[in-house]
Design a protein around this ligand. Structure first.
Ligand code: MLT
Length: 272
């Protein structure tokens, strides 16, 4: 289905499964919602799984942006409004985590649980923002290899590259499916994002942090610091996984997400 997001941008949404609890899965960059296929299949056995394609990606609309994380969060609110859902669990992978954090700041009461997969609380440093904008310029001008050069090799860990070339191909295919205009607008939006360290201590819902043991983009030490910033966060470290544990360690990732979805059920069932 398509929903009109912030400013009338069409947002393409896929919904699987059913049940009392809704979980929204948000993809990282430069990836598509297909990154969640295995996790969505597992979660959909017990829950309603909502996967919006973020603006700028495939069938969702794009313009020149920049796509602020707050606009992407407003798109998610519009999707939930359209399907009549007030509160949902939000899981964001990397850039999807930046969107989940913006959503949690803007619509705290709508967040039942929060999961960050290989994501971070900090904003870009001045230097990171500068190189992100330079990459956006290259991508916008049609240099498709620039995106692959910047991300492809860093998304998976060495062990995955050696033994699972199909995973490496799968992420490369996703990156290739993103419209250059949308990709540039997302890069510019990420460069402008605010840090979320201030809001983390206020987010008292169950939080899950999933880290890849050998993630080169969000190192394990940073994931540990992120987990400590929330009042009640569980840290799950995916063994031998890099930046895409949902592909590199799918059973581990699905199990962690299912446990996290069970945390509120257990609380609600015990009458809290
Ligand atoms: C992602 O996977 O979404 C990106 O690594 C995020 C980023 O570039 O900061």
């Amino acid at each position: 289905m398509q929903v009109l997001g912030d400013g009338g941008i069409p947002i393409d949404v896929r919904i699987d499964g059913g049940g009392a609890h809704v979980v929204v899965l948000l993809a990282g960059f430069p990836l598509t919602r297909d990154i969640w296929d295995e996790a969505a299949r597992d979660l959909a056995r017990a829950h309603r799984v909502v996967r919006p394609e973020l603006r700028g990606v495939r069938a969702s609309g794009a313009n020149d942006g920049p796509f602020l994380m707050e606009s992407l969060a407003s798109d998610i609110a519009a999707v939930l409004d359209e399907i009549g859902v007030r509160r949902a669990s939000i899981a964001g992978h990397s850039m999807g985590g930046y969107v989940a954090l913006a959503f949690a700041r803007m619509f705290t009461e709508r967040v039942e649980r929060l999961a960050l997969v290989c994501s971070r609380l900090s904003a870009d440093s001045a230097q990171q923002a500068q190189s992100r904008k330079a990459l956006a310029d290259k991508v916008y001008s049609g240099d498709r290899l620039a995106l692959a050069d910047a991300y492809a090799a860093r998304l998976t860990c060495d062990a995955t590259r050696a033994s699972h070339p199909e995973i490496v191909r799968r992420v490369a295919d996703m990156a290739a499916a993103i419209d250059p205009r949308g990709a540039a607008a997302l890069l510019r939006g990420m460069a402008l994002r605010s840090a979320s360290d201030d809001i983390a201590p206020e987010l008292t819902m169950p939080v899950l942090i999933i880290a890849g043991e050998c993630d080169e983009i969000v190192p394990l030490a940073e994931a540990r610091t992120t987990a400590r910033a929330f009042p009640q966060a569980e840290l799950a470290i995916a063994p031998s996984a890099g930046h895409v544990p949902m592909l590199e360690a799918p059973e581990f990732t699905s199990a962690a997400l299912s446990r996290w979805m069970g945390r509120i059920d257990a609380v609600s069932e015990s009458g809290s």
